[in-house]
Design a protein around this ligand. Structure first.
Ligand SMILES: Cc1cc2nc3c(=O)[nH]c(=O)nc-3n(C[C@H](O)[C@H](O)[C@H](O)COP(=O)(O)OP(=O)(O)OC[C@H]3O[C@@H](n4cnc5c(N)ncnc54)[C@H](O)[C@@H]3O)c2cc1C
Length: 418
């Protein structure tokens, strides 16, 4: 899908088609039924051993204990030596220029893979500040696993309601992110689908195409299917008899059970009576009851994997929270994605736009110019993401990459070969 030219698309078959296609092209299949319980950032100071001339072998510098003030103070510093030279510079008008966090040596950022500067020639070393490495790593704890998993960067995609249940004390979120996780309103939504022994709305009411019927009855909106229209007049058919949002959903949702359809007698009666009234009593409640085969209801606020349907920013919330949500956290190593992190919140498109942004932020941070070009060539640039020089994305990356890092305590000191 090209985001820039084909912004809106109707996908026959719904989200399942998208998921199946995504799975087809993924090199590594996702793991299912894993619950993340904590995301944290760790920084560790590592000091390369400095060779002493004529000293035979390697010795630790006497200067290798730094006061906190000598920590790197520049941009994101995954594996920087002696402090980075600055955050992101220049915007990627055609790709990034001088992405964040290349240290003064110009070595690659990210973990301990950078080469330390060769300063063995101009000793005595006591007069020089010895080089050091700050290892920055993201750790993700998964329920049921003994040890956390380590990553260079994390893109966190559950709904913010689910994110709230994670321990993010050491993820160094900015104020807006913390507020959004606590306060962003998620809209409730629920559906009730009923299987009847025949498509009575076609045969008895003459509704021969897909569409919506609205009523003041608690079922509120009835959705007539646009498919399987010619399966046969005496064949079973499913009607989405109620599709509600906001308070309507909360009220009817009070009758929904997790074991649906078990224990939903009151809900069913309400639905069938509402259908009878909506269709002018062409079929009575008793007649509809005779045609009933089974039903299933679903309330997204009762789903522990979503705890709400979609983000529904209240007045002021979008302008206050959105800029913070789209900014990386944990010194640039943590990015949030999902429909809520998009101006197209509430749509699959928003989830995809935000995924694009998170990938871009990652590539930009590690100065992976070729990959950015590949990303743009493959998917275009979502209109909501401003990566040009006049845009804001590089500023967001810059601000995100500086925020929080200084709060993160440097753990231990470990000698590594120079
Ligand atoms: C009733 C309804 C109708 C909709 N209709 C449309 C429509 O017609 N068109 C459209 O474009 N959009 C529609 N949407 C919106 C669309 O479904 C969403 O925008 C989209 O699915 C959001 O994708 P996402 O990846 O952000 O979040 P999700 O699809 O919610 O994915 C988040 C994932 O995080 C996982 N998760 C939760 N907690 C944890 C944890 N602790 N650890 C690990 N994983 C976790 C969840 O299991 C889930 O798989 C509809 C939504 C609803 C509820």
């Amino acid at each position: 899908m090209n985001f820039s030219t084909e912004h809106w698309k109707c996908i026959e078959g719904g989200a399942d088609v998208l998921t199946q296609n995504a799975l087809r092209i993924l090199k590594r299949r996702p793991e299912y039924k894993k619950r993340v319980t904590e995301i944290r950032m760790r920084r560790r100071l590592r000091i390369p051993r400095i060779p002493i001339p004529g000293g035979g072998g390697q010795a630790k510098s006497e200067n290798n204990k730094f006061p906190p003030s000598s920590e790197p103070s520049g941009g994101p510093s995954g594996g920087t030596f002696g402090g980075p030279s600055g955050g992101p510079s220049g915007g990627p008008s055609g790709g990034p220029s001088g992405g964040p966090s290349s240290g003064p040596t110009g070595g690659p950022a990210g973990g301990s893979s950078s080469e330390p500067p060769d300063n063995s020639q101009d000793l005595p070393i006591r007069r020089r500040r010895p080089p050091y490495i700050v290892d920055e790593v993201m750790e993700v704890t998964v329920a049921g696993e003994n040890a956390p998993r380590s990553y260079d960067m994390v893109i966190c995609t559950p709904t913010l309601a689910c994110v709230q249940r994670m321990n993010l004390d050491n993820a160094y979120l900015n104020w807006g992110q913390k507020t959004a996780i606590r306060a962003l309103v998620y809209t409730p939504s629920m559906k009730v689908a009923i299987k009847f022994s025949r498509p009575w709305w076609i045969t008895d009411c003459g509704i021969t195409s897909g569409g919506l019927g609205s009523t003041d009855e608690p079922l509120r909106v009835c959705v007539y299917p646009s498919y399987n229209l010619h399966d046969g007049e005496d064949k079973p058919a499913v009607l989405l008899c109620s599709y509600t949002w906001t308070q309507d959903s909360l009220r009817t949702g009070a009758l929904v059970r997790r074991e649906s359809p078990k224990g939903e007698e009151e809900l069913l009666e309400l639905m069938l009576k509402g259908l009878a009234r909506l269709h002018g009593e062409k079929l009575s409640y008793e007649e509809l009851k005779d045609l009933y085969v089974t039903h299933h209801s679903y309330d997204w606020y009762k789903d522990p994997n979503t705890a709400g349907a979609v983000a529904g920013f209240r007045p002021g919330q979008f302008s206050q929270l959105y800029p913070f949500l789209t900014r990386p956290a944990a010194g640039g190593l943590l990015s949030f994605a999902g429909e809520a992190i998009s101006s197209h919140h509430g749509w699959i498109l928003g989830a995809m736009d935000s995924a694009w942004r998170s990938v871009y932020q990652f590539l930009y941070r590690y100065n992976m110019r070729d990959k950015i070009i590949e990303l743009v060539e493959k998917f275009g640039i979502p209109p909501e993401i401003e990566i040009s020089e006049n845009g804001t994305e590089h500023l967001q990356i810059f601000l995100g990459s500086r925020a929080g890092v200084k709060e993160v305590p440097l753990e231990g000191e470990e000698e590594v070969p120079a």
